[in-house]
Design a protein. Structure first.
Length: 284
């Protein structure tokens, strides 16, 4: 099995040859540029998620390096608001990560949030979403990692016994950065979700993650993304500052802090995830 490539499909049983644990793949949950995700169950009937990296013509060594980097980040970054990893192995020539199963992505909450009052949305955005997500990012950044892909489909939620927990997921393009520069290079990310400095200067930092959180908070608060394809070319829209302007015009006490998170120049944003949280908290 190890010698030939076996693509993942629903109903396939995959295994970690070192531990003997097997996982039965269920329904496919999604597919992106870097991998596919499936519901899965282990031999103890635990409900989990299998993420399978996709071969993309970059060579096996590159895929293995990406997989190992994500495994290392998830193994190191253990935090209540970060998706937990349970296993990692190669099966049928494909690289697997076994992760905890969430209830859904924050993007799925948008239709629900639209039915809430403004006060209810503000309370959720600050008291739950921003508090937990920025707590996770503060921990990530303290460990010299920049996530680089914080968007509304990579922030999950888990509901158990009336407890609602945010989970930061998908460290596939995250980078460990040097303490001296704190910068991660390479242009990558979802078209309208990357920070301005990636287009303007070719790098991202911890403050780029804070910018992306600002986009999420705006979206949940208003029901509409701060930047969208109707704004034209993504790079031009991002560099125009229209996202910040829209936040400034919000009829909400959260408009000011969110606008600061969405400043085009990182030095004008909050210095850290912790600073952003404290500004949002002080609005309530």
């Amino acid at each position: 099995m190890a010698g030939r490539s076996v693509g993942p499909t629903s109903g396939l049983e995959v295994s970690n040859g070192d531990t003997g644990m097997t996982y039965l793949l269920g329904e496919e949950l999604g597919e992106g540029g870097f991998g596919q995700t499936f519901e899965c169950t282990d031999r103890f009937d635990e409900k989990l998620v299998a993420k399978v990296l996709k071969p993309r013509g970059t060579g096996r060594a590159a895929v293995k390096a990406e997989w190992q980097a994500e495994v290392d980040h998830l193994m190191t970054l253990r935090h209540p608001y970060i998706t937990h990893i349970f296993d990692a192995f190669v099966f049928g020539g494909r690289h697997y990560l076994i992760l905890e199963r969430a209830s859904g992505a924050v993007s799925e909450l948008i239709p629900i949030a639209k039915r809430w009052t403004v006060a209810e949305r503000e309370q959720f955005v600050v008291g739950t979403l921003a508090r937990q997500l920025l707590s996770a990012l503060h921990f990530v950044h303290a460990n010299n990692v920049v996530h680089r892909d914080v968007h509304i489909d990579n922030v999950l939620f888990l509901v158990t016994d009336q407890t609602f927990t945010i989970k930061l997921a998908d460290f596939g393009i995250s980078k460990t950065v040097g303490e001296d520069s704190g910068r991660a290079y390479t242009a990558i990310g979802r078209e309208y979700d990357v920070a301005p400095e990636l287009h303007a200067r070719g790098y991202t930092t911890a403050q780029s993650d804070v910018y992306q959180v600002g986009l999420i908070l705006y979206h949940v608060l208003t029901g509409r993304p701060a930047l969208r394809d109707t704004d034209g070319d993504a790079a031009e829209a991002i560099l125009s500052g229209v996202a910040r302007e829209r936040a400034e015009n919000l009829k909400s006490r959260l408009g000011g802090p969110i606008a600061t998170m969405l400043r085009r120049t990182e030095s004008y944003r909050f210095a850290s995830a912790l600073d952003a949280w404290e500004a949002l908290r002080d609005c309530m």
